[in-house]
Design a protein around this ligand. Structure first.
Ligand code: PMV
Length: 323
């Protein structure tokens, strides 16, 4: 059977950094995110008896490290479905990969749903989220709709994501500023293994539960100032841990830093805009929709911003029934 699924990437306001179980990808802490409307992966999976090995292409290319992870994920799905058949996987992203826009989140969410259906499995949202998590942690948050929490469980069955609010709950805009095209030098999965080497790791851990409660409270009250302040401070907290790890992790490029300065300047001029950053140079600006056009106009004047992508909160992963 051949099935196609479409999955959004997501942006975390409270980040996932570090794992308490490497193999199962159980995170050190819970996290909160929003699915993004304009960053998507479309994956088509077909299990075919005539194949003698799996074939995986991403954007028409066979990228070694991604293929190894995708095949491992197909093995999980084959085991669940009790089949041995190899599969053909064709995945396309509508955005650059490896620059901090979480293509592994959308990629593994789309692969999980398409492959599970193609293998004849009928999984609940929770089961799909658990499956996606094992491919790439953040992928579990791309399964449910809108504003999402990844619950901090101690076992595989209790570590999955749930929707807190649907996409139309709050018209927040996430404007991605692409500041350079190069791919990050250290993969996120590798970077995370260095968490415990940072002298700030314990401090991060001590404060994170409270931060999750505070952010949920800001979401509940639609308090944009509180929401933005917590999100920006949290991104800097995670990067402080990265910068002080051994060996250190420096994901920013000059454009990232320039953009941070611009955001702070805009705020000092009365414009409510905040930033958040993942592992990579690209930077996400968080604004209320009423300020979208003003912020977009400002970004157009900046020569270090190569491209912008304007995202709204979106639904999670779905099966494309047309294909
Ligand atoms: O699931 P991964 O391996 O793509 O890790 C995502 C890690 C961050 O993007 C840095 C934070 C997050 O919660 O998305």
């Amino acid at each position: 059977m051949k099935k196609t699924a479409v999955a959004p990437s997501n942006i975390a306001f409270i980040k996932y950094w570090g794992r308490k179980d490497e193999e199962l990808r159980l995170p050190e802490n819970g996290s909160i995110s929003m699915c993004l409307s304009e960053l998507k992966t479309t994956a088509t999976v077909e299990f075919d008896e005539s194949l003698t090995s799996d074939s995986v292409t991403i954007g028409g290319k066979t990228l070694e490290s991604e293929v190894v992870r995708a095949v491992k994920h197909l093995d999980r799905i084959r085991k669940l479905a009790g089949i041995k058949t190899f599969a053909k996987v064709v995945a396309e992203n509508n955005f650059p990969i490896g620059t901090g826009l979480s293509s592994s989140a959308s990629g593994f969410a789309a692969l999980s749903m398409a492959a599970a259906h193609a293998a004849g499995l009928s999984l609940s949202e929770k089961e799909l989220s658990i499956l996606a998590r094992q491919g790439s942690g953040s992928a579990c948050r791309s399964i449910p709709d809108g504003f999402v929490e990844w619950l901090d469980g101690d076992s595989s069955d209790s570590s999955y994501a749930v929707s807190l609010y649907p996409p139309d709950y709050w018209d927040i805009i996430d404007i991605v500023a692409i500041v350079s095209e190069g791919r990050k030098d250290i993969a996120t999965s590798e970077g995370m293994k260095r968490l415990s080497t940072s002298p700030f790791a314990e401090a991060r851990k001590a404060g994170i539960k409270n931060k999750i409660t505070e952010l949920k409270d800001a979401l509940n009250k639609k308090d944009f100032t509180k929401f933005g302040e917590i999100s920006e401070a949290e991104a800097l907290n995670m990067h402080a841990v990265m910068l002080t790890s051994t060996p250190s992790l420096i994901y920013w490029t000059p454009g990232t830093l320039q953009m941070m300065k611009v955001v702070k300047k805009l705020r000092s001029e009365g414009m409510e805009v905040y930033f958040t950053i993942n592992t990579g140079q690209d930077i996400h600006l968080l604004v209320e929709s009423k300020y979208q056009s003003i912020v977009e106009a400002k970004l157009k004047d900046l020569d270090f911003v190569k491209q912008t992508i304007v995202n709204r909160p979106a639904n999670g992963t779905y099966l494309d029934q047309k294909l």
